[in-house]
Write a protein that binds this ligand. Structure first.
Ligand SMILES: C[S@@+](CC[C@H](N)C(=O)[O-])C[C@H]1O[C@@H](n2cnc3c(N)ncnc32)[C@H](O)[C@@H]1O
Length: 236
């Protein structure tokens, strides 16, 4: 077990009940080591799910968070934020990643945990939809499930039943190459995240029905292929 002192402050039952994949709080805690977050900053948490990372950002860094998601309603997230007394610091928004209702250069930072593979693989996504929303000198930080090596369409046979090419699991190099093409950002970090194994086991230990079906996938994967790719860039 690695040490995640900030994530350890949160009620494990609450965290388990609101997980939607590999432990997002621990993932963000590790990623935040590469981010320059300061109190009062305005941060977009895109694909925030049930808001675990939005809560973490508001409480740990004193930033104002725009907690934006597609599958989880703003009303659902608002009641969660209100129950924690965070309704003045986290603004819940229901929006699609290609139609974000924000002004250009509005954010000091954008973070995206376990959601970028649903839309960010598109060649023009970063430049068309995401980078313009960040101020110059601001940051974009993403943690996305992927592979240790790049397989393209040729997913290894022992996991091809579970992971399809259309899930857009890629290697660090694949993501770095994609972002390096952008004139709007400069990649500062691209690495395999240390929390990968622990974040997945925390998720599998929940009784979420999706976690229960993911247990067979992780058994087949056997610690050989999966990665959590951490990608951070400055808006230039
Ligand atoms: C696996 S969940 C992860 C949620 C959260 N970040 C976490 O780690 O707990 C993926 C999230 O991505 C969001 N998402 C997927 N496609 C999206 C899109 N096109 N626009 C906005 N959000 C999207 C979903 O609504 C979902 O909550």
């Amino acid at each position: 077990m690695l040490s995640y002192p900030r994530s350890a402050h949160y009620d494990p039952e609450f965290v388990r009940a609101n997980m939607m994949g590999p432990n997002a709080m621990k993932t963000l805690e590790e990623l935040s080591g590469y981010l320059r977050l300061k109190p009062g900053m305005r941060v977009l948490d895109l694909g925030c799910g049930m808001g675990l990372t939005s809560i973490f950002l508001a409480k740990e860094f004193g930033v104002t968070v725009f907690a934006t998601d597609l599958w989880i309603s703003a009303t659902d997230n608002y009641s969660r934020f209100k129950s924690m007394g965070l309704e003045d610091r986290i603004i819940p928004i229901h929006a699609e990643a290609h139609d974000l209702p924000f002004a250009e250069a509005y954010f000091d930072a954008i973070i995206n945990i376990d959601a970028y593979h649903y839309f960010g693989y598109e060649a023009d996504y970063l430049d068309k939809h995401l980078a313009p929303l960040v101020k110059r000198g601001g940051q974009i930080g993403v943690a996305v499930p992927g592979f240790v090596e790049e397989y393209g369409e040729k997913i290894p046979a022992d996991i091809s039943e579970y992971v399809k090419p259309e899930y857009h699991f890629h290697s660090c190099d694949w993501w770095q190459n994609l972002w390096t093409k952008s004139p709007l950002v400069k990649v500062t970090t691209c690495r395999s995240m240390d929390c990968c194994t622990e974040a997945w086991s925390d998720w599998l230990a929940t009784d979420n029905p999706h976690a229960v079906t993911d247990r067979d996938m992780i058994k087949a994967e056997g610690g050989r292929y999966f990665n959590l790719v951490g990608l951070v860039a400055d808006r230039v």
